[in-house]
Design a binder for this molecule. Structure first.
Ligand code: GLA
Length: 656
């Protein structure tokens, strides 16, 4: 049996965060422990950025401070998620081995002095990372505080160096076998780009004009794969020492650089860092999207590895969380499957680049509002843990997402830079969220048969396998709704004949796709019953297709904006938010999907996890919500019958 998060939680919800005590005099540690215990902290992540502390000079090891910390935490019942420190190599590594430093697109070296300055392709970096990982694993394998491994941190470094170019060539040789195959896949006949020797191939560095799309696409795949190789190498080292302990690495939400579907398969625990902007009116929806995606990657409970207790310090203007919001968003994560609510970081730094980024204990100290609210949250999580930890709910809707399609569709030579995969994905998820329909995410090649409704916001490039999967899904009775620019290209980013895959055109009832008509930012186009944005299409529908809504006026007057053939729906534009929501409600109702609760006000989110119902008020005004039946609110211990009143940012966790 693979080790899992449940082995660590054992019926609890993990609560804690990154703990970087090496930034503080050792006298602070007992105080940290006292405050952690008071707040119900039961898990901390140590060592994320400790490489230069552990190995101040090449080959030297200084584990004494970490030994003392591990002992101290264990003595106080706090488990340790131990990180390999390989995201931020010490200065000596870069100085002695400049080949470990990454190079940007313009050929400039990224020096030490920040973080994540490692070349994933450098053999020297990999060797040193493996050595420190090995020694860390050997030293702490049997330490009773150790509960889980956290490899590196937010893998995100691209590299255009010579070392990367050499590995890129190897990766391409393995993928294509011959230069002929590569030249065909990349379409190098265009602009005299044919390669006659493998050594001619480099990373797609700064070029005079538009770069070859195939080369750029493969470079993104290669980058994800190289970072994954780094992860796997360290994972396999720690696994040798502690096969019984789970291993994770923390994803950034909806981050373009990593094929997280692929990565998640290699993790025992899927974890993510999530920092919605407290001022963003759609912050909660952004949170929900990332949580739904992470749960779907984990196929079960997952770990919120990092969030902020207050402001971050990397936006232009960084706002604190108003009273109650940290609790609300934390409960939202649990509602959507998290079994760990953790932060960056425990104690706010007084020095360094993130000294204005909040901590669980802020500069205001233990009497500050932030820590006081953290304490309250720790108690809340302990109250609900017994009923939710370990449980998992599948939902009736799947939204499809694929990194390769995102990468291919993002080429600089596309018809509209306004069309952005993440933005479109967000718009469709928002419509479902506002309709109170809870959704999973899935990869287009996953088994979709258990879903009543499959939603494709946009999958520009699709493999034949994925297309067959979608067709089979509809054939066996599923309802499919797709947005524009789907099925345009194959996996080499070669446009499919007719501008869209013929099988998909037939499925939706598109006889001829004459032209794409992108819209300017802020421009909209009138359609029957709604306004479309971003995009429109000149489509000639087939005889058996039904125009659900036509364009009104302009060039496309009378042509289908929304088209359906049986249970397959196609939207050639992006309706404005309320219109997209209404359309999805209608399609969903036909497909038999129902909102979690009927008659919910817009600012209230309701989510089921197992047999527990979370009701969350994202508004600043109190609301009363119909919750038919009698329930026990696990947060307050009170009985709720039929009507639930929630104050500003209020939450209830209802058990029948
Ligand atoms: C990321 C990193 C942390 C920290 C936070 C700040 O999530 O993993 O080390 O920099 O951002 O928001």
């Amino acid at each position: 049996m693979k080790p899992a998060l449940a082995d660590v939680t054992r019926g609890r919800i993990l609560f804690g965060g990154d703990y970087n005590p090496e930034q503080w005099p050792e006298e602070t540690w007992p105080d940290d422990i006292r405050l952690m215990r008071d707040a119900g902290v039961n898990s901390v992540t140590l060592g994320v950025f400790s490489w230069s502390k552990l190995e101040p000079r090449p080959g030297e090891r200084q584990f004494g401070w970490l030994d003392r910390l591990m002992d101290l935490l264990h003595a106080n019942g706090i488990g340790v998620v131990l990180a390999t420190p390989t995201a931020s190599p010490p200065p000596w590594l870069g100085r002695l081995h400049p080949d470990t430093l990454p190079v940007d697109e313009d050929g400039r070296t990224e020096w030490w002095g920040g973080r994540q300055h490692f070349s994933h392709s450098s053999a020297t970096y990999r060797r040193h990372a493996a050595a420190i990982t090995e020694d860390l694993a050997a030293r702490y394998a049997t330490h009773p505080a150790l509960t889980m491994w956290h490899i590196n941190n937010e893998y995100c470094t691209y590299d255009w160096s010579e070392a990367a170019a050499a590995r890129f060539r190897g990766w391409l040789r393995r993928k294509y076998g011959s230069l002929d195959a590569l030249n065909t896949a990349w379409g190098t006949a265009f602009w005299s780009q044919g390669y006659g020797d493998w050594e001619e191939i480099h990373t797609p560095r700064h070029a005079h004009y538009l770069k070859n799309p195939g080369q750029v696409l493969d470079f993104k795949r290669f980058t994800s794969d190289m970072l994954l190789e780094c992860f796997l190498a360290e994972r396999d080292i720690v696994r040798r020492y502690t096969p019984h302990l789970p291993v994770t690495t923390n994803f950034m939400p909806l981050w373009a650089g990593q094929d997280a579907w692929r990565w998640a398969e290699e993790e025992d625990v899927v974890s993510v860092d999530l920092y919605p902007d407290p001022r963003d009116p759609f912050g909660a929806q952004h949170g929900a999207l990332v949580q739904d995606m992470t749960r779907s990657q984990a196929r079960g409970p997952w770990m919120l590895m990092e969030q902020a207790a207050g402001p971050v310090n990397w936006r232009g203007v960084n706002h604190p969380k108003p009273r109650g919001l940290n609790r609300l968003w934390s409960l939202q994560a649990v509602a959507r499957g998290a079994d760990a609510v953790c932060y960056f970081q425990w104690r706010q730094s007084r020095q360094g680049a993130e000294k204005f980024h909040s901590g669980m204990v802020g500069h205001a100290g233990e009497h500050g509002r932030t820590y006081q609210e953290i304490k309250g949250l720790g108690a809340d999580l302990a109250r609900i843990a017994g009923e939710v930890s370990g449980s998992h709910s599948d939902h009736d809707i799947a939204v499809l997402h694929d990194w390769h399609s995102w990468w291919a569709g993002a080429h600089e030579g596309r018809l509209s830079t306004e069309v952005d995969h993440a933005r479109i994905l967000t718009a469709w998820h928002r419509a479902l969220w506002e309709a109170h329909l809870t959704t999973d995410f899935a990869h287009p090649e996953h088994d979709l048969t258990r879903y009543r409704l499959v939603v494709v916001p946009q999958l520009y490039a699709l493999t034949d396998t994925a297309i067959d999967n979608l067709l089979a899904y509809v054939r066996q009775g599923g309802t499919l709704v797709s947005g524009f620019l789907t099925g345009v290209a194959d996996e080499d980013d070669r446009v499919r004949p007719g501008g869209m895959d013929a099988r998909l055109r037939e499925l939706f009832g598109i006889r001829t796709l004459h032209e794409w008509w992108p819209l300017e930012a802020g421009e909209s186009v009138e359609c029957e019953g709604f306004r479309g944005t971003l995009w429109s299409e000149e489509i000639d529908k087939s005889d058996d297709a039904l125009t659900v809504a036509a364009y009104k006026g302009g060039e496309l007057d009378g042509l289908p904006a929304v088209l359906r053939t049986g249970r397959a729906w196609y939207l050639s534009t992006l309706p404005e938010p309320a219109d997209l929501r209404e359309l999805l409600e209608r399609i969903g109702a036909e497909a038999g999907v129902r909102p979690v609760l009927d008659g919910l006000p817009a600012q209230v989110e309701a989510v089921r996890r197992g047999d527990v119902l979370f009701v969350l008020n994202h508004g600043r005004e109190p609301v009363t919500v119909k919750v038919p039946g009698t329930h026990r609110d696990l947060l307050t211990g009170t009985t709720v019958t039929d009507d639930l009143t929630l104050g500003r940012y209020g939450a209830a966790v209802l058990k029948p």
